[in-house]
Structure formats: C-alpha cells, structure tokens
Design a binder for this molecule. Structure first.
Ligand code: FAD
Length: 433
C-alpha cells in the first residue's frame, strides 16, 4: 500500500487529489492537506473585491467533499518537508509519504517594498480571500466619494497580469454603472513591455485589442513601469513619475511557499520547484509539483523583469499529469504523460472580454515559436467565463478532476490539448533549465 499526499487544497490540489483517487486502487491511501478549510475559486476574487459576488459563492467546504470520496483530509499548515526521509510536518504531527504532490500556490512578496499590500501597506490585493474581503471594504468606502484617482497595476517580477486588467476595467465598468466614473481617472501601471503582453508575448491581436479597449474606457496605461516607492497617497516609479491615488490595487511578485525554501536543493532562490517533464523533482524522486509552485522561466527579455503566468488551466493540466505519473509509478496506469501548457485565459471587462489563447504558453525552445497564439474579443467571453466558473464549482462538488467532456470541449472549440504522452527518453528532461 502506498501513501500519497497532496499539499494545497486550491485550484490545483483539489482536482489532483480527485484524479489520483480515481486512478489508484483502493488499497492506496490518498490524503489532502491544506491550511484552509475551504476550497477557493481564486479567479472569482476580483468580483468579490468589487462587490459583485459574495465570497461564499467562490468557496466550498473541503472536508465533506473528500469524506464522500475516500480521500483523507488534514486541515493544517505544512511547516516542514524532509524529502530524504519522505516525511512532512503539519500541526506538530510528522507523517510519512511515498509520493507527495505539492500544490501550494504562491506566497505573496509584499515585503519587497514598504507600503505595498493590505497588511502593512496602503495598496489592496485580490490574491487571497482575506485580501479580497479587505479590498471590498475599502472599495465601498472609496465609492462613497471617489475624488482621488484609481491606480491598478503590478510590481516588477509579477507574472500574473490578467487579474490587474480585469480589476481596472471592471472597476471602470462598475463606476460607470454607479454614475461616478467621471469623477476619477484610472491608471494602469505595469512592468509588461506593452499592454496585453500578460507575461506571454507574441499573441496575435492581444496588444491591439487591449490598447484599444483601455483607450475606449479612458484608462491611462504606463508600461515598462517599475514601482519603486509607495506611501499612503502616492505611487512612485523608478523614473520619478508619481501617481496619487485614492484607491489602489497592485499585484505583487509571487514566490513559492515559504516552508519549501528551507530545504536545500528543493527550490530555486524564489521558492519555485524545478521539475522534469513528468513534473517530478529532478533530485527528490518522491516529490511532484504543480500549479503556481512550479518553476517556469519567462522566455522574453523585457526591460523590467516579469514572470511567466501559470493559469488555472495550465495548473489543471499539470495536476492531471502529476496524477497519471504517480499512478504510473504505482503500476496503476500504463503511460507517463506531460502537460502541454496550451492555455486559454478568459478575461472579463464588464460588457466585453478578451480570450487570450497561447498554444503553448512556453514557445518551442529550439525555434522560439508557438503553434498558435491569438486573442479575440466579444461579449461572449464574459458569458463563457461565468459559465466556466459555475462549471468548475460544480465539478469540484461532484469530485471530478478533469472529465473527458471538458477535454473534448477544449479540443473541439479551441484546439487546446491539456496533456500529451511523454516521448521515450525525455522523462529526465529539466523544464526551465
Ligand atoms: C486574483 C487572481 C485571478 C486569477 N484569475 C485567473 C483566471 O481568470 N484564469 C486563469 O486561468 N487563472 C487565473 N488566475 C491564476 C489561478 O488562480 C492559478 O493558476 C491557480 O490558483 C493556481 O492553483 P494552485 O493550486 O497552484 O494555487 P492556489 O489555487 O493558490 O492553491 C494553493 C493552496 O495551497 C494552500 N497552501 C499553501 N501553503 C500551504 C501550506 N504550507 N500548508 C498547507 N496548505 C498550503 C493554500 O492555502 C491554497 O489553498 C488568477 C490568479 C489570481 C491571484
């Protein structure tokens, strides 16, 4: 009997635990450990912060979901991992594992700049449920008398830009709906080399559509921007430009989860986990990783450093691959596979949205090219995003990882494949070397 542990009950960890349970015979034990009792659909937190949906609509209690499906549940924060002894520590207890899948997401690097972030600074965040609730409280206060500008953006090194565009343009839309938009200016400040880059350059139409929409909505864009100081009223850039604000939401740079960084050789210097093409750690063979915690290198050279986005769909694909590869190790599945990292990102902006498609996100290292990459705009994107959110919550309730009809839909509608069989001899190839 093997003991398989998944750490992190988020967008990656919960479906991965379902998928592993589905693939492994009953004699193997599957355990999910997470520090929060609820699963949170993170992409929905922008709507929570803008008071468009209650947080409860984006959350599910994890324990009853697992109990019904034969997955053990531990609610607690993992504080230590020993990949040599194959043990982890959670809540004073030390547990053995045969295989571990780390899906611990990001730790948010607010400490890089005084004044940044809602806990000790002056800017809001939408990255966690607590932050989204705090951002909503401040947003509602701001709307009572919005005289000073709204400034939205991302820090140098950030890799996840979609939420910042969504926040800026949905805030614009919401202020128009409330009849207060003409009272304030909106500025979007980003380290991206151009609007619509989103950490993935070379996507056909992405720049044109994004620039046009920002112009149409009257949102000023400052690109190649390096935020260097923040006080209670002003954001300052390295080139000296200053932006006073009445409300500001700035996405931080992400790092890997803190406890991982204490283990020599487990992560890079920012806490992200290097993996081979099976999403297994190159040194510690019992360790697999998926989602935001994985090290993926940004291939573009940009004036201001930026990271590579790890979208929900990329995360799910990594989770399926990890589940299948662990099942393969335990003799329960014939072939190893790898995620394609072909990604689809729906960004909603009120009355319209843009779908950004990158097949795959990481270009072929030999040619520097992708098979296809384009952006399309339309109101339908908003509907698809809303439908996808409901579908995702439903599938988490039903205990589905990534069901066959989801894979079929992605193939038929967008020519996107989530995983592919591993070519023989490539198991040890290091990603992001
Ligand atoms: C505001 C926002 C909006 C987004 N919108 C989109 C979108 O529209 N489309 C899209 O494709 N992607 C979007 N993304 C990206 C998407 O949310 C991520 O790809 C996805 O959440 C990554 O999943 P994950 O499992 O790696 O991390 P998470 O979903 O963050 O889950 C990590 C989990 O691990 C737990 N954890 C961490 N450390 C420990 C520990 N030490 N012990 C126990 N548990 C721990 C955390 O509590 C959390 O439950 C968005 C991201 C953000 C921040």
């Amino acid at each position: 009997m093997a003991n398989v542990i998944v750490v992190g009950g988020g967008l990656g960890g919960l479906p991965t635990a379902y998928e592993i349970r589905h693939l492994l015979p009953k004699e193997h034990r599957v355990t999910l450990i997470s520090e929060h009792e609820q699963f949170t659909f993170i992409p929905g937190l922008i709507r929570v912060a803008l008071d468009l949906n209650p947080l409860e609509e984006m959350q599910l209690e994890i324990e009853p979901l697992l109990r019904e499906r034969g997955i053990d549940w531990i609610h607690g924060r993992v504080t230590h991992i020993d990949p040599n002894q194959q043990t982890i520590s959670v809540g004073g207890q030390t547990m053995d594992y045969d295989y571990i899948a780390l899906a611990t997401g990001a730790s948010l690097a607010f400490d890089l700049l005084p004044g940044l972030g809602p806990d000790t600074g002056y800017t809001q965040s939408v990255c966690t449920p607590d932050h989204a609730l705090h951002a909503r409280e401040e947003w509602l206060k701001y709307l009572e008398n919005p005289q000073n500008p709204l400034v939205v953006g991302a820090m140098p090194g950030a890799g996840c830009f979609g939420p910042a565009y969504e926040f800026a343009l949905m805030a614009d839309w919401e202020m128009r709906r409330r009849g207060v938009r003409d009272q304030v200016s909106i500025t979007y400040i980003t380290p991206e080399p151009y609007p619509g880059h989103l950490g993935v350059g070379g996507v056909k139409n992405a720049e044109k559509l994004t620039v046009n929409l920002m112009k149409k909505r009257g949102v000023q864009v400052i690109d190649n921007a390096e935020i260097s100081a923040i006080d209670s009223e002003t954001i300052t850039l390295a080139d000296g430009q200053q932006f006073p604000f009445g409300y500001s939401m700035i996405l931080p740079k992400f790092r890997g989860s803190n406890f991982l960084q204490n283990v020599p050789g487990l992560t890079d210097e920012t806490g992200f986990i290097p993996v081979t093409s099976t999403y297994r750690h190159p040194k510690y063979e019992s360790v697999y990783a998926l989602g935001v915690s994985v090290k993926l290198k940004q291939p573009d050279k940009t004036q201001v450093p930026i990271g590579l986005p790890k979208s929900g769909e990329m995360t799910e694909a990594m989770g399926i691959a990890v589940a299948h590869n662990i099942a393969h190790e335990l003799g329960a599945f014939k072939k190893r596979c790898k995620p394609t990292l072909e990604a689809l990102c729906f960004a909603e902006f009120g009355d319209t949205g843009i779908a950004y498609v990158a097949i795959p996100v990481v270009p072929d290292p030999a040619t520097g090219k992708r098979r296809n990459a384009y952006a399309v705009q339309g109101r339908w994107v908003v509907w698809v995003k809303a439908a996808f959110e409901r579908y995702f919550m439903l599938k988490m309730k039903m205990g589905w990882g990534v069901p066959w009809f989801e894979k079929l839909g992605l193939r038929m509608l967008f020519q996107v494949y989530l995983t592919e069989p591993l070519s023989p001899g490539t198991e040890q190839e290091l990603l992001s070397a």
